[in-house]
Design a protein around this ligand. Structure first.
Ligand code: 4AD
Ligand code: MG
Length: 467
């Protein structure tokens, strides 16, 4: 017997082979009910699954008086026998032989997540306790399962996971939404004639938290052919919306000898595979989301897995929006970036709740690294839009031609800074492409939970970084 075998049974394993055997169970009390017939029903959950295990506690136990006053949230250790249940709400239950109170709930009346309905907004204010609720437990398990599926997807297809730096000295997206990383004393900054003397800073130059691992990933792509990054990403965007976080997780694959179509094919296959694993590996969580959050959550995923994504050019999308009867808050015209309302209209209304890949955007609204198309007005960029969230993927084919990239870098005044990036085009350059998928937005699409603040354990947004 290994050390692991002696750990308590996890509720998820209500393994039929354990029936009629003695088990030890650890968990937290969800609720309890006391019958006049001389026993109590205590529902215990250990977070391994949505379901709680029913424990039947006889009044013959020495500490029965203590059990009778167990509050929701109390931690318990139970020794007992796993038996088939005669009740209709559960397959199995535990007949307790002893119940030890491991951690009591002080002041049950003020327990912040006492058993009653709480709004998601309220639960954000108790983010340290919210994982104990059904919905946050379900989100945490979905997040964990999908992270694992994502790594497996790439591993099985020969991609290498590359750990790109969290601290970066380049602004990959050129949007200036950067968090500075510095050891300088803000109250007494060393000065030069034109500003702060960054030579005195830790790195001897300004540095930031990364907004994307893409540029460094390209270096590995042009050596290992198929790579991906999966890690935290930071943006100092002052956006108070349902889909923006200051710290979020991004999945970024990058493929060599590939063009925009290959990139769109990868994005579609990848999303289908990840959504299929949500259905097959988290069926109880998905049913819970259908009951509590979004009625269509399972139906639309089943459709997504079966049916090809729509693919249209940006120019066609503008045409669709201009000819729609919908009134939009923001203007629609060729050359303007799409807002969430436009993206949602396309995927939810025009394409009937199915994902759409928009391709070939105007050059002026996309980053410097996008490959310029022959028309010289558009670039080989692509975004994937889904119902509820709008954009969940952004990416495209990279400019692999040294001449063109050199000009784009100059135009963005990045030529000094990104000489190393241009080198990748000077030595054995090949067409390559990639994209970034926002993990919280993906989880929001799959679960139907509409605010990314509820899809990461401890959200960081403008004006808020508690816990
Ligand atoms: O479209 P974005 O900015 O693309 C890039 O960063 C590329 N360098 C990625 C690449 O090609 N390797 O971001 C990619 C995705 C978005 O589509 C969105 O899902 C998510 O990252 N994202 C955010 N998610 C939450 N909060 C934010 N503030 C986000 N900003 C982007
Ligand atoms: Mg984008």
């Amino acid at each position: 017997m290994s050390a692991l075998d002696s750990l308590p049974v996890r509720i998820i394993i209500s393994d039929p082979r354990l029936l009629e055997s003695d088990i030890r169970l650890h968990g937290w009390v969800k609720s309890s009910r006391h019958s006049k017939a001389g026993f109590s029903f205590v529902m215990v959950n250990d977070g391994s699954c949505l379901e709680s295990l029913q424990v039947i506690v006889p009044d013959t136990l020495a500490n029965y008086d203590q059990i009778r006053t167990l509050h929701t949230g109390s931690a318990v250790e139970i020794d007992g026998r796993l038996v088939e249940s005669t009740g209709k709400n559960q397959r199995v239950e535990v007949q307790a032989k002893s119940v030890a109170l491991v951690g009591s709930v002080e002041q049950a009346a003020t327990y912040p997540i006492a058993k009653k309905h709480h709004t998601l907004e309220y639960l954000r204010t108790v983010a340290h306790l919210r994982p104990r609720t059904n919905i946050f437990g379900a989100i945490a398990r979905l997040r964990n399962t999908l992270a694992y599926s994502i790594h497996s997807y790439f591993h099985q297809r020969g991609f290498s996971w590359v750990n790109t730096p969290v601290i970066s000295t380049s602004d990959c997206e050129g949007a200036g939404e950067l968090f500075a990383v510095s050891t300088l004393n803000l109250a007494a900054l060393p000065k030069t004639e034109d500003g702060v003397d960054f030579k005195k800073d830790f790195f001897g130059r300004p540095a930031w938290l990364t907004v994307s691992g893409q540029l460094q990933l390209e270096a590995y792509c042009l050596a290992l052919s198929k790579v991906y990054a999966f890690g935290p990403t930071f943006r100092a965007e002052n956006s108070n919306t349902n889909r923006h976080l200051a710290e979020f997780w991004m999945i970024e694959p990058e493929i060599a000898f590939a063009n925009l179509k290959d990139n769109a094919d990868l994005a579609e296959d990848f999303l289908k595979s990840v959504c299929a694993s949500a259905l097959s590996e988290c069926p109880n969580e998905m049913n819970f989301f259908v009951d509590r959050v979004e009625k269509r959550a399972v139906d639309r995923l089943q459709l997504l897995v079966k049916k090809g994504f729509h693919r249209i050019d940006y120019t066609e999308a503008i045409d669709i929006l201009q000819h729609s009867r919908q009134k939009f808050e923001f203007p629609v015209a060729w050359g303007l970036d799409l807002k969430t309302e436009h993206e949602r209209y396309l995927t939810e209304k025009h394409f009937d709740n199915h994902p759409v890949i928009l391709m070939n955007y105007p050059k002026a609204i996309k980053a410097f690294y996008m490959r310029q198309n022959q028309d010289k007005k558009t670039v080989a960029a692509m975004d994937v839009l889904v119902p509820g969230m709008g954009e969940i993927i952004g990416g495209g084919q990279r400019e692999e031609r040294a001449e063109e990239l050199g000009q784009a870098l100059k135009a963005s005044q990045l030529d000094q800074e990104l000489g190393w990036y241009l080198d990748l085009r000077r030595y054995g350059s090949v067409p390559h492409a990639g994209f970034g998928l926002g993990f919280e937005r993906l989880l929001g699409y799959i679960s139907g939970v509409s605010n990314v603040r509820d899809l990461i354990p401890f959200p960081r947004v403008p004006g808020q970084a508690d816990f």
